[in-house]
Write a protein that binds this ligand. Structure first.
Ligand code: SAH
Ligand code: SF4
Ligand code: F3S
Length: 466
C-alpha cells in the first residue's frame, strides 16, 4: 500500500512511484542501537521513504528499543500506546518495534499491542527491507530467530556529517549475571577487517573525520575470525585492527568502545600511544569496587586488576581520560561494599562515570536471587554516588584550565547559535565561539585549537586561538 503523507508541510514526502511516505525512528539505549537506527534509516530511504518532520505525522514509525533496565523498557510501552491510538484513524500507519525489547519479548508484543506490524530483533536490522515487504503482503511479522548478520550494502543515513559509528563486533559472549545484552544481542560476530576498512574509507570519502569502533565487549573483536600470527598471537585483535585502519586518509580521529577489564591488554595501550589518530580516551566499566560483588556479577576480574589497568594507561599516556559504568545496589550489596565503590571513584578520579541502580532483568541469574535491595536504598546510593562523581569530574576537568586543546567541530550549540560544539581528543564536550580572533568562521569537520577558559563538571568552554 502506498502511504499518503499526512501533512502538506512535509514537502519532500509527496507520493511518487518511488516514494512510500514518511518515516520516523526513535532510538533508545546505547550506541549500538544508534548505529542500527542509522542503517535502518538508510534502508528506508533507499526504499523510497522520506524522513518525517515529527513522529506524529509519520506513515511508518520505528521504535528501536533498549531493555538494559526496566525503566528503559517501560518507556517504549507508553510510546506504543500513543501510536496504537493514531493507527485507529490512520490504518495505513506502519508500526515497527525493533531492538532489544523486541528480541526479549518477541511474539508476545503482538498480543500486548496488536497494532504492531513488525517485531524485529537487533540481529535483523539489516533485513528491514525484506521484512517490510512481508508486511506489505499483509502479514504481521516477528523476526527474532538467531541470525548471521550480513553486511549491509545500503548507505546508512547518519545523524552526524563529521563523526560516525562503525560496528566491529556484534553480540556478547559474556555472562554478567545482571545483564540482558547476551540474550538480546546474541553471540559475538566480528566483521572482517576488510569490511570495516572499506566502510571507513567510504566515510572518509564522504568527508567524515572521526570514527568510533563499536562493540559491547570490543576487546573480544576477532575471537571468532580465523588467523594466528607467527608469534602465535591472534592476528585479528582490536590492536591489529587499529593498526590496519589507521592510515585511512581523511580520518583524523579514531575511538573505540566498550573495553572490558577482563580482556584489556597492554598491547592496546601501546597501540594507542603509538598511533596518533587513536584518541586518548578509554571507556572501561568497573561496575563495583568490591571483589565479592564483582565475582557475583561474573565479571572475571578483581578491582586490583582494574586499578593496574588504569595505572598502566596513566603511565604510558598520562593525559588520557578514563570513563566507566557503575551499578549500585546489586543484590546483597552491603553498605560497606558500596563504600568501596565510592572509594574507587575518589581514588581513580574518573573523567566521567555512567551510573545506574541495579534493575532485575528477564532471563538473567541475578534477577532470581532472593536478596534484592529495596528501592529506597537504590535511590539513596545512586544519589550519593552521583554527587561524588560531579565533584571528582569537576576536579579532574580542572587540569584543562588555560591549556590548549584540539577540538573537532561537530556542529552548532543547540542552545546558542553563535557557539559551536565539539570534543577534545579526550572526549570532553567543549563549547566555543564560532569565530576566531581574525574573523575566521569555523565549520563542522574542522579541527580548532582552543584555549580552555571554563571548566564545568561535564563540559568545557574555550576560545579559538586563530
Ligand atoms: N558491555 C558493556 C556495557 C553494556 S550495558 C560492559 O561490559 O561494561 C551498559 C551499562 O549498563 C553496563 O556497563 C552496566 O553498568 C549497566 N547495566 C547493565 N545491566 C544492568 C542492570 N540490570 N541494572 C543496572 N544497570 C545495568
Ligand atoms: Fe553485558 Fe557483560 Fe556483555 Fe557488557 S560484557 S554487554 S555487561 S554481558
Ligand atoms: Fe540497551 Fe540493547 Fe544497547 S539493551 S544498552 S540497546 S544493547
Amino acid at each position: 500500500m502506498i502511504a499518503i503523507p499526512t501533512t502538506s508541510t512535509n514537502t519532500k514526502s509527496l507520493v511518487t512511484e518511488n516514494n512510500r511516505g514518511s518515516y520516523w525512528i526513535t532510538t533508545f539505549g546505547c550506541q549500538m542501537n544508534k548505529a542500527d537506527s542509522e542503517r535502518m534509516a538508510g534502508i528506508l530511504e533507499k526504499m523510497g521513504y522520506q524522513k518525517a518532520i515529527t513522529e506524529l505525522e509519520a506513515d511508518l514509525v520505528v521504535y528501536n528499543t533498549c531493555s538494559i533496565r526496566d525503566n528503559a523498557e517501560q518507556k517504549v510501552y507508553s510510546y506504543l500506546g500513543r501510536q496504537a491510538k493514531r493507527k485507529e484513524i490512520l490504518p495505513h500507519l506502519k508500526l515497527i518495534l525493533a531492538g532489544c525489547v523486541a528480541q526479549q519479548e518477541g511474539e508476545s508484543l503482538l498480543r500486548r499491542v496488536p497494532e504492531i506490524d513488525l517485531v524485529m530483533g537487533p540481529q535483523h536490522a539489516n533485513r528491514l527491507e525484506t521484512l517490510l515487504n512481508q508486511v506489505d503482503n499483509g502479514q504481521q511479522v516477528v523476526a527474532t530467530e538467531e541470525n548471521y548478520i550480513l553486511e549491509d550494502l545500503t548507505t546508512a543515513r547518519r545523524e552526524s556529517k563529521v563523526c560516525a559509528w562503525v560496528n566491529v563486533i556484534y553480540g556478547c559472549n559474556e555472562r554478567c549475571s545482571y545483564c540482558v545484552v547476551p540474550s538480546v544481542r546474541g553471540k559475538e560476530q566480528s566483521r572482517t577487517p576488510h569490511a570495516i576498512r572499506l566502510e571507513i574509507e567510504k566515510l572518509a570519502s564522504l568527508g567524515y573525520k572521526e570514527v568510533t569502533l563499536l562493540g559491547q565487549n570490543i576487546d573480544a573483536y576477532g575471537r571468532d575470525l580465523e588467523g594466528i600470527s607467527k608469534e602465535g598471537r591472534r592476528k585479528n585483535t582490536l590492536t591489529d585492527l587499529l593498526h590496519y585502519i589507521h592510515d585511512v586518509e581523511g580520518i583524523e580521529r579514531i575511538r573505540f568502545a566498550t573495553s572490558h577489564p577482563r580482556y584489556f591488554t597492554n598491547r592496546l595501550i601501546e597501540a594507542c600511544s603509538e598511533l596518533n589518530k587513536v584518541c586518548e580516551h578509554f571507556h572501561i566499566p568497573f561496575q563495583s569496587g568490591d571483589n565479592q560483588i564483582l565475582k557475583l556479577m561474573c565479571r572475571g576480574y578483581t578491582i586490583e586488576r582494574y586499578k593496574r589497568i588504569i595505572e598502566g594507561i596513566r603511565k604510558q599516556i598520562p593525559h588520557s581520560s578514563i570513563s566507566a559504568d557503575v551499578i549500585v545496589a546489586f543484590p546483597g550489596e552491603t553498605d560497606k561494599q558500596f563504600q568501596k565503590t565510592l572509594s574507587i571513584i575518589k581514588e581513580i578520579e574518573f573523567d566521567q562515570v555512567n551510573t545506574a541502580a541495579y534493575s532485575p532483568r528477564p532471563n538473567t541469574p541475578a534477577a532470581n536471587w532472593p536478596n534484592q535491595l529495596p528501592e529506597k536504598i537504590k535511590v539513596e546510593r545512586l544519589k550519593e554516588l552521583n554527587s561524588l562523581i560531579e565533584i571528582t569530574a569537576k576536579k579532574r576537568n580542572e587540569r584543562y584550565k588555560d591549556c590548549v586543546e584540539e577540538v573537532l567541530v561537530e556542529g552548532t550549540n543547540p542552545k546558542d547559535p553563535q557557539q559551536l560544539v565539539g570534543r577534545t581528543r579526550t572526549n570532553r564536550l567543549t563549547f566555543f565561539p564560532d569565530t576566531g580572533p581574525q574573523g575566521y568562521v569555523y565549520q563542522p569537520g574542522e579541527l580548532v585549537s582552543l584555549k580552555i577558559k571554563e571548566v564545568r563538571s561535564f563540559s568545557l568552554g574555550g576560545i579559538p586561538l586563530r
